[in-house]
Design a binder for this molecule. Structure first.
Ligand code: DAT
Ligand code: MG
Length: 149
């Protein structure tokens, strides 16, 4: 089953939106296989955002994600990457559709509340960057047959 990696970013944690955001992924049907509250180190932030290293906003991105604690999640499900990104909404919150997390709670690109992997390959890489194998739980939900056909 496809995996994706989610960060509930510092602004969302500070604004008390952890539960609201988890709820949206949960009700979508994605299965949580890992979750923790943590402070991201500068080193891990730079690794996570390495593809953006040459972009002018790289430093502010690292400052933002390390500014205060986050919640990280590993999710599994049918087309988990695309499903999660559609639930999150467009990168720029003012362009994100209403009903998405960014469209409902955000205004600025540098305060866009949530990260979601952009490909199945990166989903696996990012989950492995933030979770040890022991922190991931393989399990079956009782209602899986009513969500996964
Ligand atoms: P996403 O988070 O939607 O996957 P991305 O991977 O292109 O977007 O960029 C990662 C983060 O970097 C994004 O959430 C916010 C920031 N960012 C992207 N483009 C930006 C820009 N043009 N100016 C400022 N910040 C930007
Ligand atoms: Mg991205």
């Amino acid at each position: 089953m496809e995996r994706t990696f989610i960060i509930i970013k510092p602004d969302a944690v500070q604004r008390g939106l952890i539960g609201e955001i988890i709820k949206r992924f949960e009700q979508r049907g994605l299965r949580i296989i890992g979750m923790k509250f943590m402070q991201v180190s500068r080193e891990l932030a730079e690794k996570h955002y390495a593809v953006h290293k040459e972009r002018p906003f790289f430093n502010s991105l690292v400052e933002y994600i390390t500014a205060s604690p986050v919640v990280v999640m590993a999710l599994e499900g049918t087309d988990a990457v695309a499903a999660a990104r559609n639930t999150i909404g467009a990168t720029k919150p003012t362009e994100a559709a209403a009903g998405t997390i960014r469209g409902d709670f955000g205004l600025e690109i540098g305060r866009n509340l949530v990260h979601g992997s952009d490909s199945p390959e990166n989903g696996l890489i990012e989950v492995a960057n933030f979770f040890t194998e022991e922190e991931l739980v393989s399990w079956e939900r009782n209602n899986d047959p009513w969500i996964f056909e």
